[in-house]
Design a protein around this ligand. Structure first.
Ligand SMILES: NC(=O)C1=CN([C@@H]2O[C@H](COP(=O)(O)OP(=O)(O)OC[C@H]3O[C@@H](n4cnc5c(N)ncnc54)[C@H](OP(=O)(O)O)[C@@H]3O)[C@@H](O)[C@H]2O)C=CC1
Ligand SMILES: Nc1nc(=O)c2c([nH]1)NC[C@@H]1CN(c3ccc(C(=O)N[C@@H](CCC(=O)O)C(=O)O)cc3)C=[N+]21
Ligand SMILES: [Mg+2]
Length: 283
């Protein structure tokens, strides 16, 4: 038996169709959602995401700006740029692509983004709202993971979810959202002994570590839902996830491919957040 494949690309396309309806309505009220993506330096991987974001904006009819500044840009200059977009009425979302060059303090940059325009959901106030359970702008990749689960009939409620990875942008927020959805949540990381044994207890296994093909079939309970957040570039230029897809395919009940799984959902959730922010700005 082989796992059912969770086609994130298709699910993401159908959510975009839903969004288009809402965008049309908002435009009739004279508001066009606006997103600015700020890219510091020339990171090759980031270029791909930026291109995908710009494509999504075009598809949905958003106003989109991509600002590329050199790697030598100072923290002060970047802060000034953010300040400008915080004030700009036609911009509802500000995304500064991470990671930033070493000489720029990431926290200072994230703190400077107006909470109302924090479409990444990385600002401390957004993170606090997520913890408390307020209706805020939720981080895109984690909310994309939840959408994938719900839209394939794999509601987290009552399930044991194991999350591998505890970063601020993937592991921690995805664990918190799973908890909000009434899963019982275990978080593993690089200091967890017996990871395979813990992972094997998961009904839902979410992996975001950045290690190509870390998760093997021995880590997966037969029939489990496996969500692979990893996006790793192999030496041959191909993308692969943190899960050994071919190995796990026969034991999992459901699995996301890379590419075509979580990645497109991240972009679509970014579009949804920008729309939400634009709606709120109208008032
Ligand atoms: N599809 C998408 O839209 C997105 C994909 N990604 C991808 O997700 C992956 C993770 O990204 P990100 O969270 O930013 O990465 P980070 O490097 O910030 O965090 C990695 C986490 O994984 C843990 N970890 C690392 N190695 C192991 C291991 N061998 N066993 C167990 N845990 C381990 C680390 O533990 P510790 O805390 O102890 O160091 C850490 O918590 C990457 O491949 C990235 O490209 C990221 C964002 C969006
Ligand atoms: N402030 C900030 N916010 C982010 O959300 C953010 C970030 N910085 N830095 C980098 C990571 C990574 N990330 C991805 C987004 C989309 C795909 C994506 O579209 N992937 C497609 C195709 C990618 C390709 O073909 O290269 C897929 O997996 O099918 C991947 C990865 C967002 N991140
Ligand atoms: Mg990181």
């Amino acid at each position: 038996m082989s796992a059912q494949i969770i086609y994130g690309k298709q699910i993401s396309d159908s959510i975009r169709e839903e969004l288009i309806q809402e965008v049309e309505q908002l435009k009739q009220q004279g508001v066009t959602p606006g997103l600015v993506v700020i890219l510091v330096g020339e990171d090759a991987a980031s270029q791909v995401y930026v291109r995908n974001k710009a494509k999504a904006c075009e598809q949905l009819g958003y106003h989109s700006e991509v600002i590329r500044v050199p790697a030598e840009t100072t923290q002060q200059e970047l802060l000034a740029l953010i300040g400008k977009y915080n004030e700009q009425q036609n911009i509802h979302g500000i995304l500064v692509q991470l990671p930033l060059p070493k000489h720029i303090e990431e926290k200072a940059i994230i703190d400077a983004i107006s909470v109302e325009k924090d479409v990444d959901g990385f600002h401390p106030v957004s993170v606090g709202n997520l913890m408390i359970g307020d209706d805020a702008l939720l981080p895109c990749t984690p909310s994309g993971v939840i959408e994938l689960l719900k839209r394939t009939g794999n509601s987290p409620a009552g399930k044991h979810a194991v999350v591998i990875g505890r970063s601020n942008i993937v592991g921690k927020p995805v664990a918190m959202l799973l908890l909000r959805e009434n899963a019982t949540v275990t978080i593993c990381h690089s200091r967890t002994p017996n990871i395979a044994e813990i992972a094997r207890q998961a009904d839902i296994l979410v992996v975001g570590v950045g290690v190509p093909k870390l998760v093997k079939k021995e880590w997966v309970k037969p029939g489990a839902v496996v969500i692979d957040v990893g996006v790793n570039r192999l030496p041959d230029g191909k993308l692969c996830g943190d899960v050994d897809y071919d190995d796990v395919l026969d034991v999992a009940g459901w699995i996301t491919p890379v590419p075509g799984g979580v990645g497109p959902m991240t972009i679509t959730m970014l579009m949804a957040n920008t729309l939400k922010s634009a709606k709120q700005a109208r008032r």
